[in-house]
Write a protein that binds this ligand. Structure first.
Ligand SMILES: NC(=O)c1ccc[n+]([C@@H]2O[C@H](COP(=O)([O-])OP(=O)(O)OC[C@H]3O[C@@H](n4cnc5c(N)ncnc54)[C@H](OP(=O)(O)O)[C@@H]3O)[C@@H](O)[C@H]2O)c1
Length: 319
C-alpha cells in the first residue's frame, strides 16, 4: 500500500512500541504524540518516526499537528486511576477531543484501541464502562471511518501482565500464592499479532465500522497463567484461589498501596471472562502466536535472548 502519514497517540507505551516499529518497517511516516517526551528519550525507532510533544486534550493544539495526516491511531488507556488521571478523562474525554480535532483537520480514518468486555452498560467496573463509552463515541463520530480493537490481555516483551506476576511471585516468601479471581478466563493475545491487526485494518478500509475482538489461540484461567509464570521463573509455587469476599476486600485494601497492585475496579474487570466470541485471524490470514511460543523468550531461562520480535520473519498467509 502507499506510504501513509500516521499520528499515534499513546504510542510510547507497551503496545505502541511494537506497533510503531511495525508501521515504520512498512515504510509509513509515523509521528508519536506524547505528553512528556523527556520520559521517552530512548524512544527512537529510526528516521521515519518522530516524537512530538502535545497535549492530547487540547483540540486547538492537535488540529495543526493532524493536518495532512491520513490516519490517527489512539492507544491511550489506563488500568488504574491516580491523581488527575481518571478513566473518564483518558477513555472518554480524550477520544472526544481527538475526533473533534480530526474533523477540523479533515483526517478521515481512526484506529481506536478499546478492550474486550468494554461496555457502556457495565454497572460496576469503571474501566470497562468508560472504555465502552469511548468506543461508542468514536464509532458515532460523523465523517470519520473508525475501526476499533477489543483485545484480551496482551503479552510480549515489555508486557505488564507476565512481568508483574513474575515480580510478585519472586517476592513471595512461601511456596503458596493467594490469588483473587483465580477462575477468571483469558485468551492472551501476542502484541505482534495486535500490531498486525492494526496494519490489516489500515490496509483494508472495509474494516471501517467494525469492532474487532483480538484473542490468542488458547484460553486459560488466571490460576493457570500464574502457575505457568511460576514454572518459567523456576518457582515451585502453588496457586490458591481466594474466596470471592476476600478477593473483593483485597481489591479495596491493595488499591491504597503504592503502585496499586490490585484495585476494586480490577476485581470488577476480572468478574468477566476475557475471551472472544469470534476469531478474526482467518479473515486476516494470520495465525496468532501462543503464550508458550513467546513468553519463555523474555521471561524464562531463555530470556537472555529476549528481543523485539522480528516482524519481517513473520509468515503471512494470503487471506
Ligand atoms: N496491555 C494490555 O494487556 C491491554 C489489554 C487490553 C487493552 N489494552 C489497551 O491498549 C492500549 C495500550 O495499552 P498499553 O499496555 O500499551 O498501555 P501503556 O503502556 O500504559 O501506554 C499507554 C500510553 O498512553 C499514554 N497515556 C497514559 N495515560 C494517559 C492519560 N491519562 N492521558 C493521555 N495519555 C495517556 C502514555 O503516553 P505518554 O505518557 O507518552 O503521553 C502511555 O505511553 C490502552 O488503551 C489499553 O487500555 C491493553
Amino acid at each position: 500500500m502507499s506510504v501513509q502519514r500516521i499520528i499515534v497517540i499513546g504510542g510510547t507505551g507497551f503496545v505502541g512500541g511494537h506497533l510503531v516499529h511495525r508501521l515504520a518497517a512498512l515504510g509509513h511516516q509515523v509521528s508519536v504524540l506524547t505528553r512528556r517526551p523527556e520520559r521517552h528519550r530512548q524512544y527512537r525507532i529510526g528516521a521515519k518516526v518522530q516524537l512530538i510533544q502535545a497535549n492530547p486534550y487540547d483540540t486547538e493544539q492537535l488540529v495543526p499537528l493532524l493536518a495532512d495526516c491520513d490516519c490517527v491511531i489512539n492507544l491511550v488507556g489506563l488500568l488504574n486511576e491516580s491523581g488527575g488521571n481518571s478513566f473518564s478523562r483518558a477513555h472518554v474525554e480524550l477520544p472526544r477531543c481527538l475526533v473533534k480535532a480530526m474533523r477540523e483537520a479533515g483526517v478521515p480514518r481512526l484506529l481506536h484501541m478499546s478492550a474486550l468486555n468494554a461496555d457502556v452498560n457495565e454497572s460496576r467496573g469503571r474501566y470497562l464502562k468508560t472504555k465502552g463509552e469511548g468506543e461508542n463515541l468514536v464509532h458515532q463520530s460523523p465523517g470519520i471511518e473508525v475501526t476499533s480493537f477489543r483485545p484480551s490481555v496482551i503479552f510480549g516483551p515489555g508486557d505488564s501482565f507476565f512481568r508483574r506476576f513474575a515480580g510478585l511471585l519472586k517476592l513471595m516468601p512461601l511456596p503458596v500464592f493467594p490469588l483473587a479471581c483465580a477462575d477468571a478466563r483469558f485468551a492472551p493475545v501476542y502484541v505482534g499479532d495486535v500490531a498486525e491487526a492494526f496494519v490489516y485494518a489500515l490496509e483494508h478500509p472495509a474494516t471501517s465500522g467494525q469492532r474487532l475482538e483480538l484473542c490468542g489461540p488458547e484460553q486459560y484461567t488466571l490460576a493457570q497463567l500464574v502457575e505457568y509464570t511460576a514454572r518459567l521463573i523456576g518457582r515451585h509455587t502453588r496457586v490458591v484461589g481466594l474466596p470471592d469476599i476476600i478477593a473483593r476486600a483485597q481489591g479495596r485494601i491493595m488499591s491504597l498501596l503504592p503502585g496499586q497492585p490490585f484495585t476494586l475496579d480490577n476485581y470488577y474487570s476480572l468478574k468477566k471472562d476475557s475471551v472472544c466470541s469470534q476469531p478474526v485471524w482467518p479473515k486476516m490470514g494470520l495465525q496468532p502466536r501462543s503464550v508458550e511460543a513467546v513468553v519463555p523468550q523474555y521471561l524464562g531461562s531463555a530470556s537472555s535472548r529476549a528481543r523485539y520480535y522480528d516482524y519481517r520473519s513473520r509468515a503471512r498467509r494470503s487471506p
